[in-house]
Ligand binder design. Structure first.
Ligand code: FUL
Length: 642
């Protein structure tokens, strides 16, 4: 060989290789809709708490009507720090404070309405709750966000253009004076009856136009460019479609919002059929938030002190929210004293500790990972080490033409795990269609689990722990893969707290439903102590019960159907009692606030105990179902001694 030709050969070959590897070591082209920088920060937050503490707390209601006297708002032990630090101990990274709920009472000294905190006795009218929470969040190193309800049951102008001016001034104040916000939170519960300056009437708004959201949100963007805008159809974050904190198995971070009656979707005005699932290859990157309260309701109710979610409930919710590519927004409810109930503080700490234990060590770090393809053969840029470095944005990538590939994890000895965690590098979009997780057993690969919609985070939680020395992740995508993390974790055992039954509830054995058979289907289901079944009123609007003997009761309970649909849930009710089943006396009436979004047990406290043999629950308004569906559904009816 001519020695002189060697350098030339080297140059040619290195030129060839660098051209080749350049083509292969550049990042894959982004795919589909992409998150903005603001949304990336939000995705990284993963868990935050929303705090409801307004005069409604003092009324023991879920929705204030707008007529509460400000003098009732007077917490005696208020400590924002106690609340915020409990959230932090739970592993949460931010808080959203409800600066104004549907009752219209402003928790900060605003110029926009006299119905505000300065009229309360708390701190002699010199207090500012929004400031208190902002400062506590700052002190604890938590992010801070604000919820200002668009629906306002106090404002006399609600329903007219003048209210929109007030509302915009409110968010302008809130977004100008309380530092950098990570979230701007609105909901879609709008219009209905209320106090409205003493007129006590029903005001309906056209939710497709009334709030002129695009221009209203322009204020948010200008004043708080880093705040992710949440609503049921938010600009940055969407609602998951229920208040249970549960996203469906497949939940894409991209979505195409469906138009309704030819008009663009707006908060409270939409076809909500794909809120949970999102849309594969949807037009926009708008991942979901799952909101759910630690207690059954968003506000504190002493009768719910024994109904806190357990650590298992909370972890299940975590897996169905954070573990499905969205965020968990957990509702905290301070008591009238202005602090969290001690059990709530304890439960948050238990949950935070549990999470720490689950994710303490990624077993995948102990594996040798073999990849079926590595982009440009560049282990350094896109190889196995990227999969366990706990960085969301470093990633294993395949060549452009390779749309399915495997990552094989081999351990020196079998490892036991209950959780498989996967993340995509979402800066490059939601690329993966699906994955199969296989384990090598008795000489062959066996499928252990499958998943779709990976996105920012996907947690597959196994029902039973699995032990294997070889685990394979098989990934399928329409383009090159960009997977950033593989995690295997073993969760510790949880002490299961059994749900406590209300001791004050009368036993329903021997009770009878009196309605004629033609009116009601499965009447006994309303009294069978089984939450999974429901009696259905096919016509008429009342259910009549005979206790078989005279009872003295101080409260009545109504549980709407628990099958995930709120159709047939009573929204406005009357309760009547009778001693002969002929002459009836009204003993209570009112609304079951928020029952449509959160169909939980409703407890009606009577002004004084009633002694009677017969009970009637009358529906004056119920959540409409599809045509032909029952008018009213009743999973359980109960009465309580206290
Ligand atoms: C809903 C409201 O109607 C509830 O009262 C609660 O504030 C929840 C977080 O949002 O839309």
């Amino acid at each position: 060989m001519n020695l002189f030709n060697r350098p030339a050969l080297l140059i040619i070959s290195s030129l060839f290789f660098s051209a080749f590897s350049n083509a292969q070591t550049t990042a894959p082209k982004p795919y589909g809709a992409l998150p903005t920088a603001r949304q990336l920060k939000w995705q990284e937050t993963e868990m935050y708490c929303i705090i409801h503490f307004t005069p409604t707390t003092f009324q023991n209601k879920e929705w204030g009507y707008g007529d509460a006297d400000p003098s009732i708002f007077n917490p005696t032990k208020f400590s924002a720090l106690q609340i915020v630090s409990a959230a932090k101990a739970g592993g949460f990274k931010g808080i959203v404070y409800v600066a104004k709920h549907h009752d219209g009472f402003a928790l900060w000294p605003t110029k926009t309405t006299t119905y505000n905190i300065s009229k309360s006795p708390w701190k002699n009218g010199k207090g500012d709750m929004v400031r208190e929470f902002q400062q506590a969040a700052k002190q604890e190193g938590m992010k801070f966000g604000i919820y200002c309800s668009p629906w306002d049951r106090h404002n006399p102008h609600y329903g007219t253009p003048a209210y929109l001016v007030d509302y915009r001034n409110q968010i302008t104040e809130l977004y100008s004076n309380y530092g950098d916000l990570f979230m701007s939170w609105h909901d879609g519960a709008n219009g209905g009856d209320g106090y409205y300056g003493g007129t006590n009437e029903k005001r309906k708004v056209d939710q497709s136009t009334y709030y002129d959201w695009m221009n209203t949100w322009a204020i948010t963007r200008k004043l708080q460019p880093n705040a992710s805008i949440f609503s049921d159809i938010g600009l940055d974050v969407r609602w998951v479609g229920n208040e249970k904190g549960l996203a469906p198995e497949t939940s894409w971070s991209t979505i195409t919002f469906n138009e309704k009656n030819g008009k663009p979707a707006m908060p409270g005005f939409m076809d909500d059929s794909n809120l949970g699932s999102g849309t594969r290859n949807g037009k926009q990157w708008i991942p979901f938030e799952g909101d759910v309260a630690l207690r059954p309701g968003w506000f504190y109710h002493p009768e719910q002190d024994e109904q806190l979610k357990s650590v298992e409930d909370l972890f299940n919710i975590y897996v169905h929210t954070v573990g499905r590519g969205g965020a968990l927004d957990l509702g905290l409810s301070p008591t009238k004293e202005g602090i969290l109930f001690p059990d709530d503080v304890e439960r948050l700490a238990e949950f935070g500790n549990f999470l720490k234990q689950v994710f303490a060590y990624n077993l995948a770090k102990d594996a040798t990972i073999t990849l079926s393809n590595v982009r440009g053969k560049s282990q350094k840029a896109f190889g196995a080490a990227k999969l366990t470095d706990a960085s969301r944005y470093s990633y294993w990538a395949t060549d452009d033409k390779v749309h399915q590939a495997t990552a094989e994890l081999t351990f020196k000895k079998p490892v036991r795990f209950t959780i498989i965690q996967l993340r995509e590098n979402i800066k490059l979009g939601e690329r993966i269609d699906s994955v199969n997780v296989d384990v090598f057993k008795k000489g062959q690969w066996i499928n252990l689990a499958k998943a779709t919609s990976i996105g920012a985070n996907r947690i597959i939680r196994l029902e039973n722990s699995e032990s294997a020395a070889k685990v394979r992740i098989h990934v399928y995508a329409p383009v090159a893969i960009a997977l950033s993390e593989i995690g295997l974790y073993m969760e510790p055992k949880i002490k299961t707290e059994s749900a406590k039954k209300d001791k004050n509830s009368y036993k329903s054995s021997g009770w009878k439903v009196l309605n004629p058979a033609a009116e009601i289907t499965n009447p006994a289901y309303a009294l069978d102590d089984n939450e999974a079944t429901a009696a259905q009123l096919m016509s008429g609007n009342a259910i009549d019960i005979d206790f078989g003997k005279v009872l003295t009761f101080a409260a009545v309970g109504y549980l709407p159907a628990q099958d995930g649909s709120s159709a047939g849930a009573i929204e406005k009710y009357e309760v009547l009692s009778s001693n002969d089943g002929v002459k009836w006396d009204k003993i209570a009436e009112g609304e079951f606030s928020n029952i449509k979004a959160n169909p939980i047990l409703q407890r009606i406290g009577l002004t004084q105990p009633v002694t009677a043999r017969y009970l009637r629950l009358l529906s004056k308004q119920a959540v409409a179902g599809k045509d032909g569906q029952p008018q009213v559904r009743i999973a359980e009816l109960s009465v309580y001694k206290k």
